[in-house]
Design a protein around this ligand. Sequence first.
Ligand code: AMP
Length: 366
Amino acid sequence: MTDSQKSPLPPGSTIGMLGGGQLGRMAALSAAALGYKVHVFSPENDGPAAQVTSLNTVAAYDDWAALESFASAVDIVTYEFENVPSATAAFLAERLPVRPGPNVLHICQNRLREKDFCNSVSVPTTRYAPVESAENLIQVTDDFGLPCILKTAEFGYDGKGQVFISPGDDIAAAWNTMSGGRESVPAIVEGVIDFRMEISVIIARTAGGTSECYVPVENRHKNHILDETHVPAGISAGLAEQAEATARRLAEAMDLQGMLAIEMFVTRDDQILVNEMAPRPHNSGHWTMDACVTSQFEQFIRAAAGLPLGSPDRHSDAVMKNLIGDDVRDWKNILSEPGAKLHLYGKAEARPGRKMGHVNRMSPKT
Ligand code: AMP
């Protein structure tokens, strides 16, 4: 099949998926409903996605021989995890379509590049500055002022690699906590936002420039991990419009072919500031599985495969609750609750902080 024959990708084709977690699992189930096969490439054996697909490669992201045979076994490649090394994405992109493209991955893998990109297209973010060592941090915080938040620029998630620095704190110690004792790592300091609400918007876009956005939702965190998503976010129609316009501008500017989730802060004076972006389905979009015409996972597959996008309309309001660690023990009670929809990820061990599943509870649309 030539590249032009792959958009739209005909049913029966094989989608290569980098990453084997729960997002890959739910995306693979949606891909199957559209008639595709999914081949998972992940360093992890028997992860959540591998359990629902028959085609699996267990190999490291820099195992070039394994990547070569993966490339020849699949028709397009997408990913459910943005920390895939850029060299891996580039290697695959030389051989077959990778959607979203390596340019999108490159921007979204690094908090500094992400914020630079937003600002280059006039999308406001938190105030920030790059830092790369403890000495450098001492100088930067002198200028920047305290309090601030120090974050690793790469590979951070769920609040990992983040330190809040208050006036009087030991700055070198804060560096060590964030960097795990490493002398030099790419990092960022950010101003502390006194936000009213955290929201996110998920957008899908195809090569032709058609895009569809889900309604902005409110995200509530516990211990830096998403706890609940409330749909829709309790913000004015004007702010919701602004959040969606921000998502469209970012998707357009990066020429997205696929899905982008954008986390934003709504400040007390009603500004919208972008915090983070992920080029894939997102935990804050899990409610769409039971409350929308097209779930985020189906939409993700449609966008990556170059199919017409589905309607993101919601037929219900919803609250999505993550089941973290031992929360999953409640599965029987949840199943006996009328109207609650349980989704489990097939993870054997319920470690603290580990996302084991989620439950969607719907209510009539407001
Ligand atoms: P992140 O990994 O950037 O999504 O950060 C995890 C959580 O920390 C966010 O969801 C916020 O609750 C909080 N947070 C991150 N950055 C800031 C900031 N600049 N100001 C205030 N809170 C923040």
